[in-house]
Design a protein around this ligand. Structure first.
Ligand SMILES: [Zn+2]
Length: 423
C-alpha cells in the first residue's frame, strides 16, 4: 500500500499547502517546503519490510514512499535508474583503519546522483502538465535534466554562466538540452531562470524543488535496505546541501517508522577551496554566509552560497555529525587510490567523501566511526581530466615480451600509475 501524500509543508513556519497548489517555496515565508505524508503512512507502507530491488527503476521500487499519483508516468520518464550499488571496501578502508567501509556508487543513467532527484521532478512536471523543465546549472544537474526532459518529451532548458567550458556542457547538448549561456555569472543565470519560471510557468527542477529532495531521500532507504541496518556514519559531499538534507529526511523517517533503531551520524564534506557550510559549522553559526572561492581543480560542489546551508547545518548537528574540508591534493589522491585499490573511478565531487576519511578519524568522537558509508556522487568520466596528467601518457614499448617484462618491472619500482605532477 502506498503512503498517502497529504501535501507540502514549510520547513520553517509549518505552512501547509495541497500538492495541487504547488509552490516551489513557502507562500508565507519563502522557505523551502517538504513533501508530507499522512501520520503513520510510511510505517504502514513498509510494514512488510523494505521493497526489493526492481530492475526497471527505483521509482517502482520505492513507489510506496514516493508522492506518485499516477504510476503510469514512470514509464514515460524512466531511463532505467535502478537502486545504486553499495560496495564493501576491500582495501581503501582497511589501509586507513576503518574495517567496515562501504561505497554508495551514486551513478545513475547520466552518471551522477542527480538522476535520483531529477526522475521524480520530471515526473511531477508531467503530472502538472508543464511543457518546459528548467534549472540553472552547468554540471551534472544540467545533464540530468536534459536527459530526463528529453526522455519525457518535454523541453529541457538549462541556464549557464558566460564562462563555461565546451566540455562541461557537451553532455547537456547531446541530451537535447536548450543551453542558455547568459552574459553573466552563475548567480545571474539563477536569477534569470527564476524569472522565466515566474513569467512563463516553466517547471523549475533545481534549487528548492521539494520533489527533488523527496526523490533524493531514497538514497538513505537504499542504504538501509542493502545493509539490513542503519550505518553508523555517512559521509556526504556538500555543495548546495540538498543531498545532506535529503539523507537526513530519509533516515529520520525510517527512525520514526521503526525501521532503524538510531540515526547514523551525518558528516558533510566540502572542498577547502569553498567551504562556507563547514566554516559556519565550526564557528557555531546557525546560518551559512558566503565565502570567497579559492582556485580548485574541481568546479563541482564549489557553491559559495548554498541554498540548503541552514538545513544542512541542522541535519549535521541533530545527528552528532561534523563538517570536514579536504584539499585538492587530498581528493586527487583519493580518486587515484579508489581506482587502484577498489576499481572505482569517481569524480572530484564524490571523491571528497573518501578523501575525508583520514580527517574523520582525527575529529573528536570519530576515532571509531563504526560501519561507515561514503557517498560517491558521480562517475569519474564527468571530469576525467582532473585525475591524470600528460606526464602519465605511456611511453612506447618495443613489441617483444622481454620489453614488456622490463617495462612492468620499471613501473613497479616507480609506482604504477604515477600521480600527476600536481602532487
Ligand atoms: Zn513558511
Amino acid at each position: 500500500m502506498n503512503a498517502e501524500c497529504i501535501g507540502l509543508v514549510c520547513r520553517d513556519c509549518g505552512t501547509k499547502i495541497a500538492e495541487s497548489e504547488f509552490s516551489l517555496t513557502c507562500p508565507s515565508c519563502g522557505a523551502p517546503m517538504r513533501v508530507e505524508f499522512a501520520a503513520g503512512a510510511l510505517r504502514k507502507a513498509l510494514q512488510d519490510g523494505m521493497p526489493p530491488y526492481d530492475d526497471r527503476s527505483y521509482l517502482y521500487q520505492w513507489r510506496s514512499i514516493l508522492p506518485l499519483s499516477d504510476e503510469s508516468l514512470i514509464d514515460r520518464v524512466s531511463l532505467g535508474e535502478t537502486e545504486t550499488p553499495l560496495l564493501r571496501s576491500h582495501r581503501y578502508g582497511r589501509k586507513r583503519g576503518i574495517s567496515d567501509l562501504y561505497f554508495k556508487l551514486e551513478q545513475g543513467p547520466t552518471l551522477s546522483l542527480k538522476d535520483r532527484g531529477t526522475a521524480l521532478c520530471v515526473l511531477k512536471a508531467l503530472e502538472q502538465g508543464s511543457e518546459t523543465v528548467c534549472l540553472s546549472s552547468s554540471g551534472n544537474n544540467a545533464a540530468s535534466i536534459s536527459a530526463y526532459g528529453s526522455r519525457a518529451g518535454l523541453r529541457p532548458v538549462v541556464f549557464v554562466q558566460k564562462h563555461v567550458s565546451a566540455a562541461k556542457i557537451s553532455k547537456s547538448l547531446v541530451y537535447g538540452g536548450n543551453v542558455i549561456r547568459i552574459d553573466g555569472d552563475m548567480a545571474a543565470a539563477s536569477r534569470l531562470c527564476g524569472e522565466m519560471v515566474r513569467k512563463k510557468g516553466w517547471y523549475q527542477c533545481g534549487g528548492p524543488n521539494p520533489y527533488r529532495v523527496a526523490g533524493k531521500r531514497t538514497f538513505a532507504y537504499g542504504i538501509v535496505q542493502q545493509l539490513g541496518r542503519a550505518p553508523d556514519t555517512v559521509l556526504i559531499p556538500c555543495g548546495g546541501g540538498a543531498g545532506m538534507v535529503a539523507a537526513f529526511d530519509g533516515f529520520s523517517e525510517m527512525l520514526e517508522a521503526g525501521l532503524i533503531d538510531r540515526m547514523p551520524r551525518l558528516v558533510g564534506v566540502q572542498l577547502a577551496a569553498c567551504n562556507p557550510t563547514a566554516t559556519a559549522f565550526h564557528a557555531g553559526k546557525d546560518v551559512v554566509t558566503p565565502v570567497e572561492k579559492k582556485p580548485s581543480l574541481s568546479d563541482a560542489i564549489m557553491n559559495n552560497n548554498p541554498y540548503w546551508g541552514k538545513y544542512c547545518l541542522q541535519a549535521v548537528r541533530a545527528t552528532g555529525g561534523t563538517m570536514l574540508s579536504v584539499t585538492d591534493e587530498e581528493f586527487i589522491r583519493a580518486i587515484r587510490e579508489l581506482g587502484r585499490e577498489e576499481g572505482i573511478f569517481t569524480e572530484p565531487a564524490g571523491a571528497v567523501s573518501a578523501a575525508a576519511l583520514t580527517r574523520l578519524l582525527d575529529a573528536p568522537g570519530f576515532e571509531q566511526p563504526g560501519l561507515t558509508v561514503c557517498n560517491l556522487t558521480g562517475h569519474g568520466l564527468n571530469a576525467p581530466q582532473v585525475a591524470t596528467g600528460d606526464e602519465e601518457y605511456p611511453g612506447l614499448v618495443e613489441a617483444t615480451s622481454a620489453a614488456v617484462d622490463k617495462y612492468l618491472q620499471e613501473q613497479a619500482v616507480s609506482g604504477a600509475g604515477r600521480l600527476r605532477s600536481a602532487l
